[in-house]
Design a protein around this ligand. Structure first.
Ligand code: BG6
Length: 524
């Protein structure tokens, strides 16, 4: 090896020494950032689906990857008159069922699990819980720090929050409490009015810095990567505006149907279920300006500006900007599946939309005139969540005499799931004597060259909450702006004389109610 070779990095680039050094530093920093404060996670709804499928498996995974504080405890609460052993057994079965992988540490982890039956609207029940939590603090040395996780139907959020307040469990630094945080799942209300009301009730017992409104999309690795991709690279941001971008498509397509959640979904529909939260967050991450610092409030401030810039849809001509659909029978993966109206507990004349395609504009300098198409639906042909940035045509084609008018445009795809990829398409010349262009794709797989630990979305949410980091959680002002935009649209669709009229049916396993010509027309 000569002296020159010694100075070269892997890519053979003699100028890249600093770059290689940076990579080393970053790789070192990429281990799980274990919370420093000991704490107890109190799960309300401990006998429910979310606890079994997500919360306890996530806590166990964090534990075995050294992601929990050294001193921690979990107290499950629900109406069930379970003993501690009943809860521990149910959780062991659940963890084995979701196949977390290595369960060899379960026998250590399980010692941290306790159970306390709770009647959700009974103050004495919470007073008893307070005593149990103080004992837990003593046994596990958790110093009175608590996360209250409401894995409950939304109708119980207000009751539980109020009761925690009345039992003295929400105040910080008093009654033997350390810090105290409450986690709630979406939906945060079902319209603007109920979102404001829920917030007022939460604020009777908790301050804003104690409230964590979960959107599990934000904790997906690839969603977090949108900001890194945009603001950690110098080359894309100068193009990220109306001068270079023709339109943006944000798609969250699912193959699953309503499953066992008809009771909730019949009331919600796709606009409340996917648009008010996940789609709005994907829009905000795609469209926001760079914050001056990667810090929760600054990031959330910039997102807020996106919501403030949302142009209200013209309600008199709403069909020009919004397509609603509902899945009918069809086939998914070769299997016959029923239509939405035939699903258990769905009304046979339901007009609940399971698909929506919406065109929105942002009224600001960066995005004036650039349409954002948001599309989400159940029982579609393929599960795919992605953000597609479609760039403009070249301003002048010198190839026109040889190629005619058309040169395919550049497209950048940020794959969120299940394809965790970033793809950039561009034009190249076909090798050979004739002069033909072809589109090729440069493809980055998110898993390439990375073998370190990965956090699932719920693990990340739990960890951030224990660390007191609000970055990936909704702030109330943003919740209200999102509802301010959507509530008139939902009202217009639900309160018109014939709400079923604008609903278009699509076969399960298709790409929704629009033919490809209609889709092209909508997007053009
Ligand atoms: C939930 C919705 O928030 O997100 C569900 O209530 C939807 O209806 C789910 O299926 C999609 O999440 P993911 O992570 O599977 O894309």
């Amino acid at each position: 090896m000569d002296r020159g070779d010694k100075n070269r990095n892997q890519e053979g680039d003699i100028f890249a020494k600093g770059h290689a050094r940076d990579l080393g530093v970053r790789a070192q920093a990429c281990v799980i950032d274990t919370p420093v404060d000991p704490c107890t996670v109190v799960i309300f709804g401990a006998s429910g689906d979310l606890t079994a499928r997500k919360l306890v498996p996530s806590l166990y995974n964090l534990y075995r990857n050294h992601g929990l504080p050294n001193r921690f405890a979990v107290v499950g609460c629900s109406r069930k008159t379970w003993t501690r052993e009943d809860f521990q057994d149910a959780m062991e079965r659940a963890v084995k069922e979701v196949e977390v992988g290595d369960t060899s540490k379960w026998s250590e982890f399980v010692r941290a699990l306790a159970y306390q039956p709770v009647t959700y609207d009974s103050l004495p029940s919470y007073e008893k819980l307070a005593t149990v939590l103080r004992e837990t603090d003593e046994n596990h040395k958790t110093e009175g720090n608590r996360v209250y996780y409401l894995a409950l139907p939304p109708s119980l959020y207000q009751t539980v929050a109020e009761m925690l307040g009345q039992a003295g469990l929400s105040v910080e630094g008093e009654n033997g409490n350390g810090w105290s945080r409450i986690v709630i799942e979406k939906p945060f209300g079902r319209d603007l009015e109920t979102a404001v009301e829920l917030n007022q009730t939460l604020h009777k017992s908790f301050k804003e810095h104690q409230i964590y409104r979960i959107d599990h999309y934000l904790a997906k690795e690839t969603v977090q990567n949108v900001l890194v991709f945009r603001f950690g690279n110098a080359i894309f941001e100068p193009l990220w505006n109306r001068s270079y971008i023709d339109h943006v498509r944000i798609i969250a397509a699912e193959t699953i149907g309503v499953e066992h959640r008809a009771g909730y979904y019949e009331e919600a529909g796709v606009l409340r279920d996917m648009f008010q939260n996940h789609m709005m967050q994907l829009l905000a991450l795609t469209a926001m300006d760079p914050p001056s610092l990667f810090e929760a409030e600054r990031v959330r401030d910039e997102k807020l500006e996106v919501f403030q810039a949302l142009r209200p849809l013209n309600l008199d001509k709403i069909d020009e900007d919004l397509i609603l659909g509902q899945y009918g029978p069809g086939r998914i993966g070769g299997e016959k599946v029923p239509g939405y109206r035939e699903e258990p507990r769905v009304s046979s004349d339901s007009v609940t939309p399971t698909f929506a395609l919406m065109r929105v504009f942002l009224d600001n300098w960066r995005w004036q005139g650039v349409p954002f198409y948001l599309m989400s639906g159940k029982r579609l042909a393929r599960k795919s969540t992605e953000i597609v940035i479609q760039f403009k045509q070249v301003p002048h084609s010198m190839f026109r005499p040889v190629l005619g008018e058309h040169i395919a445009v550049n497209r950048l795809t940020l794959g969120i799931q299940p394809d965790e990829k970033i793809k950039l398409t561009f034009q190249t010349k076909n090798p050979g004597a004739t002069f033909c262009l072809r589109s090729v794709t440069m493809d980055f797989d998110y898993h390439e060259n990375y073998a370190g630990p990965r956090l699932d979305a719920y693990e990340k949410c739990l960890l951030d909450c224990m660390q007191g980091d609000h970055m990936l959680f909704w702030r109330q002002d943003a919740v209200e702006l999102s509802w301010s935009f959507l509530t008139p649209i939902i009202d217009q669709c639900e309160q018109c004389p014939d709400p079923g009229k604008r609903l278009r049916f699509y076969a399960s396993g298709s790409w929704g109610p629009l033919s490809s010509d209609e889709l092209e027309q909508f997007i053009s």
